[in-house]
Design a protein around this ligand. Structure first.
Ligand SMILES: C[S@@+](CC[C@H](N)C(=O)[O-])C[C@H]1O[C@@H](n2cnc3c(N)ncnc32)[C@H](O)[C@@H]1O
Length: 249
């Protein structure tokens, strides 16, 4: 089993309901949206959204491998992480989950949904790609989501990686990019890259930090929304009236 190494980026995956809360998504708004889940890992979001008739593609550095190989990586990462967290088992507040066992059962269920979909839909829905580059044309998706990579791993991914990755997500989106969470790994403090990124993007984009209802890690109750404003791009039903301008604009 792999050690909980400082350098590692875990191949894990949150479930569909967690995504709705983390990104404040309202399903009826998404009926006409083409969505990219970046660094999607073993999340079941793409699988479940497509089963419900929505249009979602996933991208991750590890896609392209066989389902069996990825299943080994994710099982290994999940067990290692659970082992590292075993002292927390009797914690009272599990946020989104009822308790420790609920979290394990929920995650196993959502991994299974991901792997089932990956086995049959690998080429159509799961695109191998290594940030800070994405293999898509400009404005390919209305909405681009990214969770549990940027900001979280700011001790091993430098600011330039963050800036280039977010610019790339903006390039392939016609409407909006959402990033969650804003806190650092093993901390309830916001990454210092959040403010720098907002400052660097503010001349060209609307940005907003918005509270979300998802609760799991302490302090991880905010996402960053970055909205493109050019009028000539196709738009889907995402609500954007609450977007605000930030200083410097
Ligand atoms: C902690 S998982 C998060 C998965 C999912 N977004 C979620 O929230 O459940 C981080 C993911 O980022 C992927 N990743 C790491 N570096 C990457 C890179 N440079 N480009 C694309 N994906 C990367 C990993 O393979 C892993 O699947």
């Amino acid at each position: 089993m792999q050690n909980a190494s400082k350098e590692k980026i875990w191949f894990l995956g949150r479930g569909f309901e967690e995504y709705l809360l983390m990104f404040k998504l309202n399903l009826p708004d998404l009926a006409h949206c083409h969505i990219l889940d970046c660094n999607a890992g073993a999340s079941s979001f793409t699988a479940e959204m497509n089963h419900k008739g929505y249009d979602v593609i996933a991208a991750d550095i590890l896609y392209g491998q066989s389902a069996e190989k990825m299943e080994n990586i994710s099982e290994n990462d999940f067990l290692t992480l659970m082992n590292a967290h075993k002292d927390l088992k009797n914690e009272e507040d599990w946020g989104f989950f009822e308790n420790h066992d609920h979290m394990i059962q929920y995650r196993i269920k959502s991994y299974n949904k991901f792997f089932e979909h990956y086995k049959t839909g690998k080429d159509a829905f799961y695109i191998e790609s290594k940030l800070p580059k994405l293999p898509f044309r400009n404005n390919s998706f209305h909405l681009v989501l990214s969770s549990h990579l940027l900001f979280l791993y700011d001790d091993r991914l430098d600011y330039n990686f963050h800036l280039q990755s977010v610019k790339e997500m903006i390039r392939v989106s016609s409407q909006e990019v959402r990033i969650y969470p804003l806190v650092r790994l093993r901390s309830n403090r916001k990454s210092k890259f959040v403010d720098s990124l907002i400052r660097d993007l503010s001349p060209n984009y609307h940005t907003e930090i918005q509270k979300v209802d998802y609760r799991f890690r302490e302090g991880a109750d905010e996402m960053l929304r970055i909205q493109k404003t050019s009028g000539d791009q196709s738009r889907c039903g995402l609500i954007s009236t609450d977007m605000i301008k930030i200083e410097g604009k």
